[in-house]
Design a protein around this ligand. Structure first.
Ligand code: SAJ
Length: 471
């Protein structure tokens, strides 16, 4: 380890292997690496964060609180304007934190990227969605890369945090950045000598009250040994634990394993729900009893489908990459099939429940309780409630929704306002479906006043009533 004598104690390496790329330790290397290491350890380094969303803004605040000077960059001018007024638009980032760091001149936001050149470390936290054809949409990474390329200078450390397929850092980022030197009129830059490059997956869990940017272990994989060490030093000055892995590919794969693990297990438990219906067994009782096994089991729960910015998306980056290598990631593809069938499964439950009252979906008034992708947050991305609403509307139902976290729903072609809550709200509807189990709902009132309820989240687990249909 080049810097072993000064590596902070909170860095753990899973294993140290010969780096795939280790350029000669030239004069430039020692100058650039040594200078950057000192800036990092003395907290003099200027930190640039590209993408001020649910990942980039908490990260910016953490490093500003940690004593660094942070320059935030976002190509959405209204986000920059809001931040420069000292206001946060991210649920997990208090406005007081933004105002404090702004006033302390520890954080400034920019709509353009000219100041990137001033940054000693640049962290890329841009979205990596799927395209309409379910292929990786790399446009945000490519956009950020072009700004970095235009401002790259010797001594900078570039870290990609956006979730992506294994190989992105080395195959996409590296070649562009090495050419940046030639663009600037010099010879090509050499990674690990003139600049440093690493991957470190974001592990932000929106709304998680227990785990945050400080106490969630940070995985880091550098293109060279020095890249990995400098990135580890960077994070270890703010985060409690840094986990070194041997390469950016390994770090990219860590995140995809984490989220594929969830996607596949949620797919499994959704199929268990479908099987239990055919067996006329209560799947929630089965899962609850299985969860009493103190070892070798981790409960997941069925639901109306798979929402969020990570779980439904990230595994498809992995399966896409493997398809390019002529391999089919069968578990991922199967889990996608099962998870995306759940909205239809729920609508079938609604149809059967209405049949009990000799009603059809067409013409029925249906209340959708909860539209965000998981409980107690306002995030709508990939929310399965949207699919349920689309399916019901297509079948001629008159659909309203209630969600105190989402007062106005303008998403995915749906433009609705939440109805106002009152204790006998549900009495106005032929059927209620609980699609998101927010904890701030009075479920007893909801049940007492409902004609029929389809509960896709076991929110009514404490009630026994023949009006309730569970997944
Ligand atoms: N879901 C189920 N059944 C489950 C768990 C989740 O249907 O048993 C659904 C949720 O309702 C939601 C979707 O899956 O629609 C995703 O839920 P999630 O709990 O995985 O929450 P996310 O999408 O916010 O995932 C984040 C991820 N964090 C990062 O990627 C950095 C994930 O890795 C975390 O493990 C997860 O939070 C978490 O543990 O809460």
């Amino acid at each position: 380890m080049i810097y072993s004598q000064s590596i902070p104690q909170n860095i753990t390496s899973t294993k140290v292997v010969q780096m795939k790329r280790s350029p000669a330790k030239t004069e430039a290397f020692h100058k650039n690496a040594q200078q950057l290491k000192e800036l990092l350890l003395q907290k003099q380094a200027k930190v640039g964060v590209i993408g001020l969303g649910y990942v980039g803004l908490p990260l910016s605040m953490a490093f500003a609180d940690g004593g660094y000077s942070v320059l935030g960059f976002d190509n959405n001018p209204s986000k920059v304007e809001t931040l420069m007024k000292g206001v946060s638009y991210i649920q997990d980032v208090p406005t007081a934190d933004v105002a404090k760091n702004l006033n302390a001149k520890k954080f400034v936001a920019f709509p353009n990227f000219a100041k990137l050149k001033e940054c000693d470390v640049v962290v890329v936290c841009v979205p990596t969605p799927l395209s309409k054809t379910k292929d990786p949409d790399m446009s945000y990474i490519i956009g950020a890369l072009s700004k970095i390329e235009a401002n790259l200078r010797a001594g900078q450390l570039i870290i990609l945090e956006s979730t992506t397929y294994p190989g992105t850092t080395r195959e996409v980022m590296l070649p562009h950045l090495e050419k940046a030197g030639r663009v600037a009129g010099g010879k090509d830059f050499v990674c690990g000598e003139d600049f440093f490059l690493a991957f470190s997956p974001e592990r932000v869990d929106p709304g998680n009250q227990k785990y945050n940017v400080y106490n969630t272990p940070k995985v880091v994989g550098g293109v060279t040994e020095a890249c990995g060490e400098l990135a580890s030093i960077f994070y270890s000055n703010v985060m409690e634990k840094v986990i070194r892995v041997s390469s950016p590919e390994s770090a990219e794969m860590v995140k995809l394993l984490e989220n594929t693990f969830r996607q596949v297990n949620i797919g499994l438990v959704n199929e268990v729900a479908i099987m239990c219906e055919k067996l006329k067994i209560d799947c929630w009782e089965v899962i609850e009893a299985a969860a009493t096994k103190p070892f070798g089991f981790m409960p997941f729960y069925p639901g109306p489908g798979l929402g969020g910015h990570c779980i439904p998306i990230d595994p498809s980056y992995l399966s896409w990459k493997l398809r390019s290598l002529n391999y089919t990631a069968r578990f991922i593809e199967l889990a996608n099939t099962v998870n995306s069938s759940m909205p239809e499964f729920c609508v079938e439950k609604i149809s059967l429940a209405l049949n009990e009252d000799s009603k059809a979906i067409k013409g029925s008034k249906i209340l959708v309780m909860g539209v965000s992708y998981k409980k107690d947050i306002d995030d709508m991305r990939e929310s399965p409630a949207l699919d349920v609403i689309h399916l019901l509307q297509r079948r001629g139902a008159k659909v309203d929704y209630y969600d105190s976290f989402v007062p106005h729903l303008d998403w995915d072609g749906i433009n609705m306002k939440s109805v106002a809550w009152n204790t006998n709200l549900s009495s106005n509807y032929d059927l209620v479906i609980i699609t998101t189990d927010h904890t701030n709902v009075d479920y007893k009132s909801l049940l007492d006043n409902s004609v029929r309820i389809v509960d896709t989240r076991n929110a009514l687990k404490d009630f026994r009533d023949e009006r309730i249909t569970k997944l």
